[in-house]
Design a protein around this ligand. Structure first.
Ligand code: HEM
Length: 389
């Protein structure tokens, strides 16, 4: 089986159910060759320990992912010189400059404001509404725009560009490249204006005062804008749909709201967010999962599969809202561990908390299994129409 090349995403991707392909690979071929939609041949690892190794080991590079001729997963090439596309020591330098703005303490201070925002958005959650459109999407966009100091009124200008940057459709490449150019132009002008104004109201103002160059700052701002958008929006939608799919979970949380923080961790573990994997390029020959990944070869770490590995989680396909311990990899591990982890946790906990309190009788308007998935790099339900009462 190791000699076979499989096409990724797999045919059983984009679904609520556990992937039989992931389960089979974990047992029979924990390192396998796969072909991405962009036509690249790379390794895929699926077991928890191997995924952890690939994510954290410095012999697997992120900087090499943006080098000329490197294997591609999606359509857009990630911007060079940002946190996800640098290796230590350059990565360490950049991360030190920005980590204060996303520290646990700084993010916790935004919690009351995030809660108020959830309450305001919940006013639009009416019978028949699409929860993704009226609540799950505006929340993280408003949060990241406010934190960064990007005018929320401009969202129509960058929404399509951001969405396209997640596309897996190779035929979309010219549109995606044009979108990236526009997005860079937009952010370049915004950053230049902020530098000239010399204020200290938000994270971008703060970053203007660091030794980051103009180009580094623009790339970083775009990275945050995109990273802070779709991930949390997809997660909020999928979390609610998962809890409503078996109503007992929703009802348990309505009755025990103190369980929300641990439920959020379990839902992060359980929810399928990426059907491909996090890409690295080996800098030297490395043995992993019984194969030798040669220097220059790409390897993808399937976080979704690792989070369902029975070697790491008892009864992995069961949703256990009180699961402890829960060392899931949904936010990554090692030097590239999600910079926005605490922000994501605050958004997800507050969003669920407010929805559970305001709408204990929330129901999906249609069976959630019938709803379409967005077939993109960071995936989730395309819509979640809801019914009240
Ligand atoms: C539920 C929501 C989120 C999930 C599941 C998530 C997941 C992840 C994962 C798995 C990684 C590591 C990728 C790798 O190792 O290749 C990562 C990195 C990152 N995330 Fe998040 N993320 C979320 C929300 C956010 C938010 C709200 C922000 C905005 C501040 C953010 C900013 C970043 C950045 C900048 C990195 C790169 C860090 C580095 O390379 O040092 N994320 N995220």
């Amino acid at each position: 089986m190791t000699d076979d090349v499989l096409d990724i995403p797999f045919p059983d991707a984009f679904s609520f159910d556990p992937s039989p392909t992931w389960a089979r690979l974990r047992e029979q071929a924990p390192a396998v060759r796969v072909r991405t939609l962009a036509g690249a041949l790379v390794w895929l690892v699926t077991r928890y320990e191997d995924v952890k190794l690939v994510l954290a080991d410095p012999r697997f590079s992120r900087a090499a992912v943006v080098a000329e001729g490197a294997p591609r997963v999606g359509v857009s090439r990630p911007l060079p010189g940002t946190l996800p596309t640098t290796d230590p020591p350059e990565h360490t330098r950049l991360r030190k400059l920005v980590s204060g703005a996303f520290s646990h303490r700084r993010v916790e201070a935004t919690r009351p404001w995030v809660r108020r925002l959830c309450e305001e958005l919940a006013d639009d959650v009416v019978d028949g509404a699409d929860l993704r459109r009226v609540f799950a999407l505006p929340l993280p966009i408003q949060v990241i725009c406010t934190l960064l100091g990007v005018p929320y009124e401009d969202r129509e200008r960058f929404r399509d560009w951001v969405e396209l940057s997640y596309s897996l459709e190779v035929s979309q490449r010219p549109r995606v490249e044009a979108a990236m150019a526009s997005l860079k132009e937009y952010m370049g002008a915004l950053v230049a204006g902020k530098r000239a104004a010399g204020r200290s109201d938000d994270v971008l103002d703060e970053l203007c005062a660091t030794p980051l160059t103009h180009d580094e700052l623009v790339a970083f701002a775009l990275n945050l804008l995109v990273a802070g958008h779709e991930t949390s929006a997809n997660q909020i939608t999928s979390f609610v749909a998962t809890l409503l799919r078996d109503r007992r979970h929703w009802e348990r949380l309505v009755a025990e709201p103190g369980l929300v923080p641990s439920a959020v961790e379990e839902l992060m573990r359980f929810t399928r967010l990426s059907e491909v994997g996090q890409l690295r390029v080996a800098l030297e020959d490395v043995e992993v999962a019984g194969v030798v990944v040669r220097a220059g070869e790409g390897v993808m770490a399937s976080i979704g599969s690792a989070n369902r590995d029975p070697r790491a989680f008892p009864a992995p396909d069961e949703l256990d809202l009180g699961r402890a311990p829960n060392q899931h990899l949904a936010l990554g591990t090692g030097p590239h561990f999600c910079l926005g982890a605490q922000l994501a946790r605050v958004e997800l906990q507050e969003a669920l908390g407010v929805l559970l309190r305001r709408f204990p009788d929330l129901r999906p308007a249609r069976p959630v299994e019938e709803l379409a998935w967005r077939r993109v790099l960071v995936s989730g339900l395309a819509e979640l129409p809801i019914a009240l009462g």
